[in-house]
Design a protein around this ligand. Structure first.
Ligand code: MTE
Ligand code: MO
Length: 361
């Protein structure tokens, strides 16, 4: 299937629904080019004529709203935020290697990308509607109906009122100074910086203030189940609902199973802290975690973006496993082992990054 504006350098997992990850080259730049930005969908991409489109704001509000794109643009100040978006299924492939996860996309480390988003602040729209004190959650509903739910349901989810009222959460109509592409949610999408991508609902139609979290299929799907739970037979209460992203990192260079000369080698990657945390330190080990070298870490652009890092390590001849681990501003560090984080749907893999290389003498 041809997805307008996507280069063939993205790594396509499925064509319909269209699921593709960013290639390592795109992950190395601070802002991801639009045509290399990852795509995560649960149904066919809807094409929405902006003229007929309206955003409804309802539920526990004093003044329900129905807004056209023109009204949205003229009523609220335009704001922008550079933010990294990451799918909760990022790096599932590593989890599948230790224990199978049937029926889920086998994402490598590229279900993550960064853009400069522009649009109205959700907080401004909510203030206009007047959120009532009994409202604790803000729910979003998209226009795409997913067959993954039984019966089929529009994609949706919710975030607590406190996050929804924070200035970084946008209703975005532009991405990297271009009109928001259809594949990324045109005419309007939510961007919830620092939270799992699933809460950044695309093709947004409706915003509802309510007392409880969303009961949408995908609000519940994106949760961590106990290791031995059967994902097809669980109750809602069994899972830990995912929200803020946990600290993690990836090694970008050298590539997977690289063959290199031994001696000093530059190792590069990125780390992402999630929510309003920053990355404070990245360590790299070539001796199974006995000793650790400190990587040079880029300062955070803001609270919402990944940070790139690099370290020069002396690699011995033969086989070596590189291990990288990041620490965030709450002193949380990545778990060492994949077995610690394995879960039946394969979400939120933030185990330390490992890379196998072979060096010539
Ligand atoms: N309406 C709608 N919104 C959605 C989705 C979807 O399938 N439908 N996928 C979600 C998931 S799981 C992720 S990770 C992000 C991906 O955004 P992108 O495709 O712009 O990268 O969109 C989220 N918003
Ligand atoms: Mo996702």
């Amino acid at each position: 299937m041809d997805i307008p504006g996507k280069w063939n350098d993205v790594l396509v997992h499925q064509t319909d629904p269209y699921n593709a990850e960013s290639p390592p080259g795109a992950l190395a730049s601070q802002i991801t080019p639009l045509d290399s930005f990852y795509s995560r969908n649960h149904s066919s991409i809807p094409h929405i004529a902006p003229e007929g489109w309206r955003l409804r704001v309802d539920g526990l509000v004093d003044r329900p709203l129905e807004l056209s794109m023109d009204e949205l643009r003229s009523r609220y100040p335009e704001r922008s935020v550079v933010a990294t978006l990451q799918c909760a299924g990022n790096r599932r492939a590593d989890l599948i290697e230790i224990r199978d996860i049937p029926g889920q996309v086998s994402w490598g480390p590229g279900a993550i990308s960064t853009a400069c988003w522009r649009g109205a602040s959700l907080a401004d729209v909510l203030a206009d509607a007047g959120v009532q004190p009994e409202a604790a959650h803000i729910a979003f509903t998209g226009a795409d109906v997913s067959q993954q739910a039984e019966p089929p349901q529009p994609f949706g989810g919710s975030i607590p009122v406190a996050k929804a009222s924070s200035s970084e959460v946008l209703l975005a109509w532009a991405m990297n100074d271009r009109a928001l592409p259809t594949a990324h949610g045109a005419p309007l999408r939510v961007v919830v910086p620092g939270w799992i991508g699933a809460r950044s609902v695309k093709w947004l139609k409706r915003i509802t203030a309510q007392a409880e979290p969303s009961d949408n299929y995908f609000q519940i799907e994106y949760s961590i189940l106990p290791a031995e739970a059967d994902p097809h037979r669980v109750k809602q209460a069994d899972g830990i609902t995912l929200g803020p992203i946990a600290i993690h990192c990836a090694i970008l260079h050298p590539g997977k199973d690289a063959q290199l000369p031994s001696g000093p080698t530059e190792v590069t990657g990125f780390a992402f802290a999630g929510d309003d945390r920053t990355v404070e330190r990245v360590d790299v080990s070539v001796d199974h975690g006995v000793t650790w070298a400190h990587a040079d870490l880029d300062p955070p652009e803001n609270l919402w973006t990944w940070q790139h890092w690099r370290a020069t390590l002396t690699l011995p001849p033969g086989e070596t496993e590189l291990i990288a681990r990041a620490w965030d501003s709450t002193a949380a560090v990545q778990p060492e082992s994949l077995t610690t984080v394995w879960n039946p749907r394969g979400y939120a893999n933030n185990a330390a990054a490992r890379l196998h290389v072979t060096c010539r003498p």
